[in-house]
Design a protein around this ligand. Sequence first.
Ligand SMILES: NC(=O)c1ccc[n+]([C@@H]2O[C@H](COP(=O)([O-])OP(=O)(O)OC[C@H]3O[C@@H](n4cnc5c(N)ncnc54)[C@H](OP(=O)(O)O)[C@@H]3O)[C@@H](O)[C@H]2O)c1
Length: 212
Amino acid sequence: MTNIAILGSERVASAIATRLKASGKDFVVGIVDPEMPSDRWTGPDTKFMSTSKAIAASDIIFNATPGETSVAFLGPLQPELAGKVLVDVSNAMRRDEAGMPIGLFYPDSSIAEHLQAALPDTAVVKTLNTMLFAVMANPDCLSSMPTVFLSGNEASAKERVRALLLTMGWQEEVIEDLGPITSARGPEAFMHFVPHIIANHGFAPFALSIAR
Ligand SMILES: NC(=O)c1ccc[n+]([C@@H]2O[C@H](COP(=O)([O-])OP(=O)(O)OC[C@H]3O[C@@H](n4cnc5c(N)ncnc54)[C@H](OP(=O)(O)O)[C@@H]3O)[C@@H](O)[C@H]2O)c1
């Protein structure tokens, strides 16, 4: 039996929760202050709980919090996260004084690698970060199903995440296992494109895909 937690309560967390619910999967949602969920939560009715309680109740945990603060946020939770799978969907950019993205937060590395280093007893798997949130939950919404990447050091953890992606509507042939956690650098670098795509097309759903 897989117990799933989602950390965060905004667009990504809501989208993942909506799809898990539609797929018949139970989940809990962990947030910093369970009394104060984000008013951007658009997922199904749920009882919010503290981050620690949500992690304790689960063996697969989605990180749907900002990538810039994920290591500082999750690193201290090393004991709670030991032995679990952390599905990292986060992205992170450095920004200028006007808030405009100017480069990757971890140039020459990745959030996923930093999380794995901070959480040595946790299997970090990077996935789903190369698309707008609407696509994560609805892979059929584009003209063709985009690629969804997997990066992680533990094959068994990646298999569990692959199985979860399949239940969320992803098809086996679009799942691309890139290899170890260092391979998350590629998908995370997609953020260089994102502000320009949004500037051109607004928030119309989009995703990175490998064509063959
Ligand atoms: N939006 C997209 O289309 C998209 C696509 C791909 C990947 N991503 C990535 O997915 C993640 C979530 O994105 P999002 O757009 O849903 O929202 P977000 O603005 O990145 O924040 C999501 C949640 O993170 C929590 N949070 C905020 N600051 C925090 C901190 N300092 N420490 C711990 N938790 C904090 C908040 O939850 P609480 O309720 O607990 O306060 C908030 O609801 C981000 O890393 C983003 O880069 C987003």
